[in-house]
Each structure stands twice: as structure tokens, then as C-alpha cells.
Design a protein around this ligand. Structure first.
Ligand code: UD1
Length: 362
């Protein structure tokens, strides 16, 4: 309302750029909140992830509207993948002229969407801004830092992220909104908790089991490293549901490494609701995924992270999450008892997407 008279303001138009699995999870609560608030929302899917299980399943299970634009970029080297998206985005942005281009997380799709919009002088908002691993070997770290410094509005999930942005001179552009992955994780948990866990054949959902995922280049691309990880997983004394990202399968095949050893059962990636249910019923999670570390924490399951550092440092509190890059003791740690301490709530209250809408429409 302006002055005394009700005025119908033109709806804000937001163009979301997504392309990889974790971005579809983040898009779900945001697109629902946009619909609720009457925000005009254009969804652009870059095609970075294209397998049905890595992409379509998330749209159907999480009730996300079909993308308005699909760039169909697919897999390639970082430069080619990012550059192809960047080239394709000009026409899309020219056609839609959004009030905000909204980019998510830290993938090559995030960086391409940001650069394309910035170069056309269109405002960019980065959701999940301010996360840092301080590991410059990670492509995700380049993507985050470059995106934060190019974007106009930085939507941070945590106080720690706000601190990183302030130290880089970006405090003026930063807003603390909370973590939208918490919104979706809690909603899905409540919907699936009463149902049975669907696990790979050979794993008893009522017995102790571990959920494992490995996909980062640092863990998959060097044959000696991948072999050491496969051997460590095989030493875990309880059954392991290894939910294999296409990169893991491809690299294991290239290097002639057998993943299904010991009690390890290899299966395709699970749809998001099934993943949440599998983690809820598990004794532990072993992963190198950022999102899964946090989901384990939110669901009250101990996590062992096969990396030297984490962006989600709050999960390390009281040993809910342990970093075991050298794999030592992984077998004993994977299904360790949950810490007795109460977990803090550093990731917000499950209403982050509403705050995103409030900031973008202010
Ligand atoms: C990407 C993101 C990462 C995110 C992850 C989630 C970057 C740099 N990395 O990593 O931040 O955590 O997604 O999954 O953007 N592939 C398929 N089918 C697919 C997708 C990928 O077969 O649907 C295979 C291809 O062989 C491809 C490889 O997986 O070369 C890696 O895919 P890519 O998109 O380059 O990166 P991710 O490892 O998935």
C-alpha cells in the first residue's frame, strides 16, 4: 500500500538459474514461496545434470514447476561447460529481463548465471552466499568466491557465512536469511518419517546400516585415492548403501576399481524423499557432499566426512560431523553412536525461503 490508496504494484520477476542436483533441492522451497507471494518466476535449467535420477526426479518429487528454459549443456570440462552456459544465457536474459537473477550454491551453473547477468547489468542475488572451504583446489570454492564478489545481493545461510562476507568487504550486500535446505529437509522428514526406508537390495532397513556418497573430483579422479576410499568403505562392519553419483561410477570403471566389496551395496542415487528416509533410519553417513553432511546433522545422524575441511563448520560441534580425509579409523567411526549433546540450530528455523522472498520483493 502506498499512502492512503491501495496500489497494485507490478509483480517482481525473478529468474532462477539451476543445473545440478543440490540446486534443485534449494529451488523447491524457494519456488513454492515465490508462488505463494505472487512473484513471477522463470526457471532456467542449464542441463549440467541431465540423468533422470539426478534431475527430473527432483522436479517431480519436490513439486517444482517444469523449467521454462532448458539449455541442455551437459557434461564437459569446466571451461567448456561454464562457457557454453554463459554463451547461452545472453538470449535468455534478454528475453526475460528479470528484476533479479537468482543463482544457487557453488556449481558451474551458479558462476555462469552470475557472469551472464552481471555483464548485461542485471541485478544478481546469490543464495547460499558466504560459504567458504578455503581450499582453492575445489572448483566449488572458485565458483563461490567469484559469484559472491560479482553479485549485488548476498543471501547468507548462517552467521559464519555472514562473517566470511564481512571479512571480504561484502557486508553491505549481505543479508542473513537462513538455510533453505533446512526448510525442505524438515518438510520432507515429516512427510516420510512414518514410511519404510527403501534401501539397495541386500540391506535390512531394520538393522544398522550406513549411507555413503562420494563424488568430489579430489576423491574420485586419482585412482590411488579412489581405491583407498573403496577399501575403507569395505572395512565398515555394517552394511553400506553406496548411492553412486555418475562421476563415481564412471571413474571407478575407468580405473578398474570394484566398489561392491565387503558389505558395500552399490545403487543409483536416491530421490530426495527416499534419501531423507534412508538417512533417518541409518546408523551413520559417510560422504564428501556438502548438503548431505548438513542433512545428517539436521536429521540427528552422525556423519563422517571424507574431506580435509567443510563449509558447514557448525556440524563439527560435539562431533556430530568428523573430518576424516586420511580415512584412518573410518571403519570404526562410520557407525559410531550419536553424541549425547543437544544439537544447536545454526541453520535456521525452516522458514528461510520466506525471508528470501521478503528481501527480493522489498
Ligand atoms: C556438481 C557440482 C558440485 C555439486 C555436485 C552435486 C560443479 C563444479 N560441481 O559436481 O558442486 O556438489 O554437482 O552432484 O559444478 N554426470 C552424469 N549424469 C549427470 C550428471 C553428471 O553422468 O546427470 C557425470 C558426467 O560424467 C560428468 C560427471 O558426472 O562429467 C561430473 O558432473 P559435473 O556436472 O561436472 O560435476 P559434479 O561432480 O556432478
Amino acid at each position: 500500500m502506498t499512502g492512503r490508496w491501495p496500489v497494485r504494484l507490478p509483480p517482481v520477476k525473478v529468474l532462477s538459474v539451476v543445473g545440478a542436483r543440490p540446486q534443485f533441492v534449494k529451488l523447491a522451497p524457494v519456488s513454492a514461496a515465490f508462488a505463494q507471494a505472487g512473484v513471477q518466476h522463470v526457471i532456467v535449467h542449464t542441463g549440467q545434470h541431465y540423468d533422470a535420477l539426478m534431475s527430473d526426479a527432483f522436479f517431480s518429487d519436490l513439486l517444482i514447476p517444469d523449467p521454462d528454459v532448458h539449455l541442455g549443456v551437459g557434461s564437459a570440462s569446466h571451461g567448456v561447460q561454464t562457457g557454453t552456459m554463459l554463451a547461452a544465457m545472453d538470449a535468455v536474459l534478454d528475453e526475460h529481463r528479470p528484476d533479479w537473477t537468482l543463482v544457487y550454491g557453488d556449481t558451474n551453473s551458479t558462476l555462469a548465471g552470475t557472469l551472464a547477468a552481471v555483464k548485461l547489468h542485471l541485478p544478481v542475488a546469490h543464495l547460499e552466499a558466504g560459504l567458504r572451504s578455503f581450499n582453492r583446489r575445489m572448483p566449488e570454492e572458485h565458483n563461490r568466491v567469484l559469484t559472491d564478489h560479482a553479485a549485488d545481493l548476498l543471501l547468507a545461510p548462517t552467521q559464519v557465512a555472514m562473517g566470511h562476507l564481512a571479512r571480504e568487504g561484502l557486508a553491505d550486500r549481505a543479508r542473513l536469511v537462513g538455510d533453505v535446505m533446512t526448510d525442505v529437509c524438515y518438510l520432507v522428514r515429516d512427510a516420510v518419517a512414518a514410511g519404510p526406508a527403501e534401501l539397495p537390495a541386500g540391506i535390512d532397513p531394520d538393522g544398522p546400516y550406513v549411507v555413503a556418497t562420494i563424488h568430489r573430483a579430489d576423491n574420485t579422479d586419482d585412482p590411488a585415492r579412489l581405491e583407498a576410499i573403496a577399501a575403507a568403505l569395505a572395512n565398515i562392519p555394517v552394511p553400506v548403501a553406496l548411492l553412486a553419483h555418475p562421476r563415481l561410477r564412471a571413474k571407478a570403471a575407468d580405473h578398474g576399481i570394484e566398489l561392491a566389496r565387503g558389505k558395500v551395496q552399490v545403487s543409483d542415487p536416491l530421490p530426495y524423499p527416499a534419501l531423507v528416509r534412508a538417512v533417518l533410519g541409518s546408523a551413520g553417513v559417510v560422504t564428501d557432499s556438502g548438503g548431505l553432511q548438513k542433512e545428517a546433522f539436521l536429521l540427528g545422524v552422525p556423519c563422517t566426512t571424507v574431506r580435509t575441511e567443510t563449509e558447514w563448520t557448525e556440524t563439527l560441534e560435539d562431533g556430530w560431523n568428523l573430518l576424516v580425509a586420511d580415512l584412518r579409523g573410518l571403519d570404526a567411526l562410520a557407525a559410531r553412536p550419536a553424541p549425547k549433546s543437544e544439537r544447536a540450530h545454526p541453520y535456521g528455523d525452516g522458514h528461510a525461503a520466506e525471508r528470501v522472498v521478503a528481501v527480493l520483493t522489498a
